[in-house]
Design a protein around this ligand. Structure first.
Ligand code: SF4
Length: 374
């Protein structure tokens, strides 16, 4: 197949569904660990088209959603300073911190700017040598390489008024934490294809072996998801637990060597808190000591900010697959995209936002009657 719409072909989807139906003999719970995959699943009703024994559980795959409240509060503190131009991707501006968000900081006079690349922030730093420019660097293995490259560039060009507020996270330790949870029901994983296009698949065989779970690297279109499900179900029914690459059009086993080299140069692995989940050992990156001068946490002395997560938002349970968004008491009532209580309702990749947008307002919503909210 050559064009993206071919990966939405209804006839091929039916064939894959028939294959899954004829293979499955008992209940299986699969987790996707990518917000983009979650949105494809909900938007196309894939979870409702699958045979009943196959359950899709939405994992902690949305980068905005897993960024801890504490980091948002650090961003708010830095962005409030008069000497700072605070640059971020747009979806972080509405993520609630303690009492306010970046939009409110901007309304109060803070210089908060939406950019489309960390290199835009570096350009702003060059154009404003008398200001401090900070880029909010969050996300998984997919966004870490360009952020690392930008810091590398800043040092190479001698740009001293640029820094990075870093909250990068890594998928494999999160999978490990999910499998170690006493409440875990997950029996297989659809691994995020874009993460593996950077990192390769080398981190997954040990996890598949240790927890005896199939892991299938999966893409983002409806046929990709169905193929990922088909392969995991086939493994589960056979009692196998290997790593398969069902996204070979983008993922090479060794990943992207240039991106990996940049990560290795600029970052070091660290323990990282995940919003609503807590600290997962070795689950993140921070700037290595060589680049400490570019670390906004140190430059603006906000390392001491510690915040407790609000009790009313149950996104931690949503992110661990323990609760469907529409099972949260606040869903669609006190918590909506216009008035979000948690990041999973804000982000374009958040599970709560997907359920709201595609009218999964309660657990019994009929997909044929649902239509997206404008
Ligand atoms: S519906 Fe709102 S309050 Fe409930 S888990 Fe999602 S973001 Fe949090």
């Amino acid at each position: 197949m050559k064009y993206i719409d071919e990966f939405q072909n209804p006839d091929l989807a039916r064939r894959l569904l028939d294959d899954i139906r004829s293979t499955v003999t008992r209940p299986w719970a699969l987790m996707e660990v990518c917000g983009g995959q979650t949105h494809t699943i909900i938007r196309h009703g894939i979870d409702q088209l699958l045979p009943d024994p196959v359950e899709l559980i939405h994992g902690p795959g949305c980068p905005v959603c897993v960024t801890p409240l504490e980091v948002i509060d650090k961003a708010l503190e830095i962005a409030s300073r008069p000497e700072v131009i605070f640059c971020s991707f747009g979806d972080m501006l509405r993520v609630p911190g303690t009492g306010r968000d970046l939009f409110q900081v901007r309304g109060e006079g803070g210089d908060v700017r939406v950019v489309y690349s960390p290199l835009d922030a570096l350009r702003i730093a060059r154009e404003n040598p008398d200001r401090e420019v900070v880029f909010f660097g969050i996300g998984f293995e997919t966004t870490a390489p360009p952020n690392a490259m930008t810091v590398h560039q800043a040092r190479r060009l001698g740009i001293r008024n640029f820094s990075l507020l870093v909250s990068h996270v890594r998928v494999p330790p999160a999978i490990e934490a999910i499998m170690q949870s006493p409440d875990c029901r997950v029996q297989a994983f659809l691994a995020a294809g874009h993460v593996c296009s950077v990192m390769g698949v080398g981190e997954y065989p040990a996890l598949a072996d240790r927890y005896r779970v199939p892991i299938v690297v999966t893409g983002f279109e409806p046929l990709d998801i169905l193929e990922g499900v088909r392969r995991t179900v086939r493994q589960l029914e056979r009692g196998e637990h290997t790593v398969e690459n069902a996204y070979s059009r983008a993922v090479r086993p060794e990943g992207n060597p240039s991106a990996l080299a940049m990560l290795e140069d600029v970052f070091e692995v660290t323990d990282r808190a995940w919003r609503g989940i807590g600290v997962i050992p070795d689950s993140g990156w921070r700037l290595s000591p060589r680049y400490r001068d570019y670390d906004a946490e140190y430059r603006f002395s906000v390392t001491g900010i510690h915040t407790r997560e609000p009790a009313e938002c149950r996104s931690g349970e949503v992110l661990q697959g323990l609760l469907k968004p529409n099972e949260c008491e606040a869903f669609g009532t006190t918590c909506t995209p216009r008035s979000p209580l948690g990041a999973t309702m804000v982000s374009s990749e958040g599970a709560c936002a997907a359920y709201y947008l595609y009218r999964r307002l309660d657990a019994t919503t009929d997909p044929l009657e649902a239509s997206p909210v404008a």
